[in-house]
Design a protein around this ligand. Structure first.
Ligand SMILES: Cc1cc2nc3c(=O)[nH]c(=O)nc-3n(C[C@H](O)[C@H](O)[C@H](O)COP(=O)(O)OP(=O)(O)OC[C@H]3O[C@@H](n4cnc5c(N)ncnc54)[C@H](O)[C@@H]3O)c2cc1C
Length: 328
């Protein structure tokens, strides 16, 4: 069995595959738990330890919820302690169907080609950060990912976006002394439905405090016109064109999965909200391509809790189907 991606879903799948006695391998294009590695430095995650840990009562954060560093360490140590078979810094580039007596797929990576009877794709949904497609978006001062606030102390920073990532980045920047403006679409600011990625209460409360104390500016905008070396021009709700002094821009408006591996193989997709989601059997997570399975962030089971739970449920079924095939 070949597992593509070593995020929470891929790690859980590797663990379940090892327990089921399968001959498995994980191929990871980055590092173990690469998405968590890319969270902002020092960020506290919003899930509880029970929802994130790979073994019951094995994640012990200093506070009630772990930081990025505590969670990353948990996943890396788990992979090491369980001796999970993971090849890092090796990306999967294509999957081909072969259907000979012993294998069903040939998986080409940046280093090798592997045959596999079953493939589980757990590549997450972070491949393509969304862009505004405005003039100046490729300037070096523009970033689609926020890492930490310290390079921006006493600088003019614009954060664009209405979800938790943008709100948190604006909060971190403002708290650490960057002159921060959060540019947001009004509908995003006003919506409070957690299922719609509304800003979480524990981010909103300190954010509103920063606003009340005038360290942070909030701007309801309709369109960003242009980013230049020293300024940003945007249209505000009242129809005015505002020019802001600017040293750095963070565009944090979400990201999309890369479905190339699946779509080239003929996997069907449906539209769910802003995303395209592969069609799969809800019980087995098998796609319309027999032997090809999906799990994690780019399915309907998006959060870490489900990314871990689904492989635990489906890998024993896959092991069973392999045994049945072998007995024939
Ligand atoms: C800032 C931030 C904070 C978040 N906080 C939370 C939270 O508190 N709680 C929560 O439940 N969720 C949170 N999430 C979402 C959470 O990160 C995802 O639900 C989780 O990572 C999904 O796990 P996954 O294994 O499906 O995908 P990922 O963790 O994204 O793992 C996919 C892996 O596949 C690898 N990969 C991709 N393409 C290839 C390829 N072609 N070949 C080989 N490898 C490949 C990637 O490098 C990556 O390591 C947060 C997300 C962000 C961005």
């Amino acid at each position: 069995m070949l597992i593509i991606g070593a995020g929470p879903a891929g790690l859980s799948a590797a663990d379940a595959a090892a327990r089921a006695g399968l001959n498995y391998l994980v191929i990871e294009k980055g590092l173990i738990a690469d998405t968590i590695y890319r969270y902002p430095v020092g960020r506290t995650v919003f899930s509880t330890p029970e929802e994130l840990e790979l073994r019951e009562k094995s994640l012990h954060p200093c506070r009630d919820k772990p930081t990025r560093e505590e969670l990353l360490s948990h996943y890396v140590r788990f992979a090491l302690e369980q001796r999970l078979r993971i090849y890092t810094e090796e990306g999967a580039g294509a999957i081909e169907r072969v259907d000979d007596a012993t294998s069903s797929f040939l998986v080409y990576t940046t280093r090798a080609a592997y045959t596999a009877s079953r493939v589980l794709v757990a590549t997450g949904a972070m491949a393509h950060p969304r862009r505004l497609n405005v003039a100046g978006e490729d300037l070096p001062k523009v970033s689609h990912r926020f890492v930490e606030p310290y390079p921006y102390v006493r600088k003019d920073v614009l954060v664009v976006g209405g979800g938790n990532s943008a709100a948190e980045a604006a909060l971190f920047l403002s708290e650490e002394g960057a002159r921060t403006t959060l540019a947001i679409w009004r509908a995003d600011w006003e919506q409070r439905d957690p299922k719609m990625n509304a800003i979480k209460q524990w981010v909103r409360t300190p954010l509103e405090r920063e606003l009340a104390e005038r360290r942070l500016q909030l701007l309801h905008f309709t369109q960003l016109e242009e980013i230049t070396e020293r300024e940003v021009r945007l249209h505000t709700e009242d129809g005015a064109l505002r020019t802001l002094p600017n040293d750095a821009v963070f565009i944090l408006i979400g990201s999309d999965a890369d479905h190339t591996l699946l779509s080239r193989l003929g996997v069907d997709f449906v539209t769910a909200g802003l995303a395209e989601v592969p069609v799969y059997d809800p019980d087995t997570h098998e796609t319309n391509v027999p032997g090809l399975y999906v799990a994690g962030h780019f399915t309907h089971a998006r959060h870490i809790k489900q990314a871990i739970a689904v492989p635990r449920r489906i890998i024993p079924l896959i092991a069973q189907s392999l045994r049945t095939t072998a007995q024939r």
